[in-house]
Design a protein. Structure first.
Length: 85
């Protein structure tokens, strides 16, 4: 399992546009990708669940990736967060 944390820098947090893009990136991998805020964790391919986390600017999220392609999936997710959130 690969894990990283990220502090959201986008002033709107994880809103509709970046959430949709995040889901598209996550769907490219066989690994399971979960986004966790506080004690709530959701599957990164579930758009409504992702938006339901209510992630705002300054919030810290933890991304957990596990599966056959976890190395590349984790790297892609980390790059996505840095460039979009």
């Amino acid at each position: 399992m690969k894990t990283f944390t990220y502090v959201i820098k986008d002033e709107l947090g994880i809103h509709a546009r970046p959430a949709g893009l995040l889901v598209k990136v996550a769907k490219n991998f066989n690994s399971e990708i979960f986004i966790k805020k506080n004690e709530k964790s959701v599957n990164a391919v579930k758009l409504m669940a992702l938006m339901g986390l209510g992630v705002k600017c300054g919030d810290t999220v933890t991304v957990n990736v596990s599966g056959s392609d976890e190395e590349s999936a984790s790297q892609a997710m980390e790059e996505f967060f840095k460039s979009n959130l």
